[in-house]
Design a binder for this molecule. Sequence first.
Ligand code: COA
Length: 164
Amino acid sequence: MKSKTAIYPGSFDPITHGHLDIIERAAKIFDRVIVCVMYNSAKKYLFSLEERAALIRECVEPYKNVEVDCFDGLLVEYAQQQESNIIVKGLRAFLDFEYEFQMALTNKHLDNDIETFFMVTNNKHSYISSSLVKELVKLKGEVSDFIPHNVEEAMQKKFEEGCI
Ligand code: COA
């Protein structure tokens, strides 16, 4: 059987335990998972593409079939480059569905071979988002339940530099 590579794309600004939960579960299903740090043109970022990828690399160290990459372009183009037709996305709540549905259909329109697999986010993380974490750090709220320690340190540094 051909080995299956799945792409897990996102902004990851920053990565949270919610994203890591999806990565861990996807790594059990697919032979290889590539976490691809990308740009969403609607967003302004705190961390650069490389900074976001470096933080994720530290977090996914234990998973031997997970890789981290960056790409500044179309997701379907990246998938073609990796010879993968599988995109994994996490669904947090019904609210996410319409937007994710629109993206999945657009990607399918751009490349009919692309299949998007939705994984339901763990209940524990279904209400968190990267923006929420940034807001908490800005207001000196407790974030250790939402993000890994290395991410917390990197956010603290950004806060001290006046970026948040
Ligand atoms: N746990 C916790 N939070 C989660 C989560 C999970 N499992 N899954 C998603 N989220 C959060 C994210 O942190 C993000 O929070 P934020 O809005 O506060 O930053 C939010 O949910 C939305 O996530 P997502 O829908 O994955 O958006 P994104 O901005 O992270 O990623 C891209 C979108 C980058 C994948 C998309 O813009 C893209 O494909 N860009 C490449 C260019 C392209 O091909 N464009 C055409 C697409 S049709």
